[in-house]
Design a protein around this ligand. Structure first.
Ligand code: F6R
Length: 243
């Protein structure tokens, strides 16, 4: 059983506010902090809140550095479904973060091993991730670490599960356009973060949250490794609340 803090909120908007409070507190105490960021639907209310607070002068991103969890293999940063594009549209273009202080794995790299190593090195040179934001997939993936027989340590290439491609096809014209592979931080990269905040909303996340919190720690449910992380906060709405 996990020793994480589990915060139940009424709806996604409240989740965004509660998560934004954690970001705001960190950025105030450590203006040059390193954020690990996620894409997908779950973080959107949080990003809206961060944009508002930045515009209101409450949060200053001028010294913040950020490293995203993952990127689709093959997509360029200006492809509307790439995660770089998502971050620009939903956060970076609307806050005063410096472009050179934001990194997302390069989906079009020609040298996968070198790109993955450089990604880890950059995070290390920045001093490691202070706060890692996570969503959770229906199969328990975090980042794009899909269920498998081990916990991958570092940033690496992964084949996407059919369930994940199906879940993400809502953003593409058809399933055929959804990439079959991606680059993702490893479970080791995620576990090295000083603090982890996982956001989840909707009844469809309830069962996997239960397995994450209360099930055995197994690479078949990658998020279950969070039971071994010393500082995890899970923020979920009533529909997703598993306990
Ligand atoms: C996205 C990511 C994924 C998502 C997960 C949940 O960067 O790493 O693990 O967090 O697929 O996605 P949503 O929030 O769209 O349900």
């Amino acid at each position: 059983m996990i020793h994480a803090r589990v915060i139940k909120v009424k709806n996604p908007e409240e989740m965004g506010k509660v998560a934004a409070d954690l970001f705001e507190a960190l950025i105030q105490t450590k203006p040059a902090c390193v954020l690990g960021l996620a894409t997908g639907s779950s973080p959107l209310p949080l990003y809206r809140e961060l944009v508002e607070r930045c515009k209101a002068g409450k949060i200053d991103f001028s010294r913040v550095r950020s490293a995203n969890l993952d990127e689709y293999k093959g997509l360029s940063g200006d492809h509307p479904q790439s995660y770089r594009y998502f971050m620009q549209e939903n956060l970076f273009n609307h806050v005063n973060i410096k472009p050179e202080n934001t990194i997302v794995p390069n989906g079009q790299t020609e040298d996968v091993a070198a790109m993955c190593q450089a990604y880890e090195k950059q995070i290390e040179e920045w001093g490691g991730v202070d706060l890692q934001l996570l969503g959770i997939g229906h199969d328990g993936h975090i980042g794009f670490n899909e269920p498998t027989d081990h916990f991958p340590a570092m940033t690496h290439e992964v084949e996407l599960e059919e369930i994940t491609r199906q879940a993400n096809k809502r953003f593409f014209n058809s399933i055929d356009e959804v990439p079959t592979a991606a680059y993702t931080m490893g479970i080791g990269t995620v576990m090295a973060a000083r603090k982890v905040v996982l956001v989840a909303t909707g009844a469809d996340k309830k069962e996997i949250l239960y397995k994450t919190l209360c099930g055995p720690v197994t690479p078949q449910v990658p998020a279950s490794i969070l039971q071994f992380h010393p500082d995890v906060t899970i923020i979920c709405d009533e529909a997703a609340y598993p306990l």
